[in-house]
Ligand binder design. Structure first.
Ligand code: SAH
Length: 472
């Protein structure tokens, strides 16, 4: 068997948009993904639901052993002919130990690609409003490790480092006193500004400014912890208390939007624009099950529970070689969207909530119709959701439609995370959604901040997009 290809991909510093297109392309193809602690878990949703996801941040603390185990795992998957993605926070070449991993692959004769990422030492300052170089303040920039793991790694060359105008220290929060002592001993000034950016580029971003003389104490008082970048240099003069990122209206907000094929894309995009962290749950792939009948032209009445059922029915007609003009069935719909979807195919229907039909079709999970759909939930989708709840924090979930409630509940069950239901406050986008949600969640009145969601929901823009997608 041929060896599989390995991709080392930079996942960026935290904001899920800061990964490269090339990185996403490799993720989409991956059979196995090995990922680190600081990688945004939402990026894993780009990979197929059938891929294997291996969290290597949990491997033994002992660094040498951990590193060897990771290398062995990558080689094992690649030797099985699988496409492997090794997903690393920031850029794989910056304190990412990628050199050791590629060396092991070279030895094993396995081919690999290296895909750069956006490194935290540049991105976190930028999200705090500070560019690492500036015509007025600094034209040289260095990246340095704030602490060295082993005795043998030796000391940094402080003399040379102190000659660089801007310095980004990684992994340095527990070592700030030593860092500032050394810089001061090598000629930097006491009142030079420094910045610490914790959880840069995420909704948890926190920034603390101090002078070199007061940095260690200020960070301690603010209980700054990892991950954080310490930026030293006169460029910090451009820092203002709240950066462009922290000023965004949705900064620090988290939203969960229950999946609905018509609405979530539009809602997600609009909320993300505001800087909010948005999770659409579940991440689902739906495919039509085999056609429930071969005799579509003989069926006298068909009922469509939703728009997806219409789309799958069109697929079945094609598979069974039935020309739409041969049909004599009466078409009944339960929702307006289903009617609209039929209209797109030139078919008129009758909306009736009670009439039974010879064949009843539904695209929703957990329904007992004759013709249904298979839904595959992305396994990492459950992890992403569970993470949002952290240590028992309540979360608001927006339910745009009745269908979204079915998907949400079915996925919670399949993911074995029904416990989150106790911590959910539901916002219903429509009166008809409320009675469906009530048995499961506490209902919350809509707040002003979710106006955007409502507007997007009403715009129907995403609905048009879906219809177009069916045609293309
Ligand atoms: N390869 C990564 C760095 C890995 S070392 C990169 O290129 O960014 C881990 C260190 O990176 C952390 O200790 C912290 O100093 C820094 N770091 C990673 N993500 C960060 C973030 N979102 N905000 C601030 N610092 C971060």
């Amino acid at each position: 068997m041929n060896n599989g290809q390995v991709y080392f991909i930079g996942a960026g510093p935290g904001d899920e948009g800061l990964i490269t297109e090339k990185g996403i392309r490799a993720l989409v193809r991956a059979d196995a993904v090995l990922y680190d602690r600081l990688v945004n878990p939402k990026l894993l949703l780009h990979a197929r639901p059938t891929a294997e996801f291996i969290y290597v941040g949990k491997f033994p603390k002992h660094h040498t052993l951990r590193q060897e185990l990771i290398q062995e795992e990558i080689i094992r998957y690649a030797k099985n002919g699988q496409t492997v993605v090794r997903l690393k926070g920031g850029d794989p070449g910056v304190f990412g130990r990628v050199g050791e991993e590629t060396q092991a692959l070279d030895k094993a004769g396995i081919a690999y690609d290296l895909v750069p990422g956006i490194t935290a030492g540049i991105a976190a300052p930028l999200y705090a409003g500070v560019p690492v170089t500036h015509r007025d303040y600094g034209a040289s920039f260095a990246i340095a490790a704030g602490h060295r793991k082993k005795e043998t790694e030796g000391e940094l060359d402080w003399q040379s480092l102190a000659g660089i105008e801007t310095i980004a220290f990684y992994m340095g929060v527990n070592n700030l006193q030593q860092i500032t002592d050394q810089l001061l001993a090598h000629g930097r000034s006491h009142d030079e500004p420094a910045l610490i950016i914790e959880w840069g580029t995420t909704g948890r971003q926190r920034t603390v400014q101090a002078s070199l003389a007061t940095l260690a104490l200020t960070a301690k008082e603010a209980s700054i912890s990892n991950p954080a970048i310490t930026l030293v240099g006169r460029v910090n003069h451009v820092y203002e208390t709240k950066s462009w990122w922290e000023r965004k209206s949705g900064f620090g907000q988290s939203y969960i939007v229950a999946y609905d094929e018509h609405y979530n894309e539009g809602i997600q995009q609009e909320l993300q624009e505001t800087g909010a962290n948005v999770l659409v749950y579940p991440h689902v792939t739906s495919i039509a099950k085999p056609s429930p009948t071969n005799y579509w032209h003989d069926v006298t009445s068909i009922c469509f529970e939703d728009a997806q059922a219409v789309r799958h029915w069109i697929v079945w007609l094609r598979e069974c070689n039935v020309d739409i003009r041969q049909l004599r069935a009466e078409l009944i719909v339960r929702t307006e969207l289903a009617a609209k979807q039929l209209e797109q195919f030139g078919l008129s229907s009758m909306q009736d909530d009670t009439r039974e039909a010879e064949v009843s079709l539904s695209g929703l999970p957990g329904t007992e119709q004759i013709g249904t759909t298979t839904h595959t939930y992305h396994p990492m989708s459950h992890d992403c959701l569970a993470k949002q709840f952290g240590s028992g924090e309540r979360q608001t979930v927006h339910f745009p439609t009745v269908a979204s409630v079915s998907f949400f509940m079915d996925s919670l069950r399949q993911g074995g995370i029904e416990w989150v239901a106790d911590y959910i406050d539901a916002i219903c986008k429509d009166r008809e959604v409320e009675p469906v949600v009530k048995p499961y969640f506490a209902i919350k009145e809509e707040e002003h901040e979710s106006d955007l969601v409502r507007r997007s929901w009403q715009s129907g823009e995403s609905r048009d997009r879906t219809v177009r997608a069916v045609y293309s």
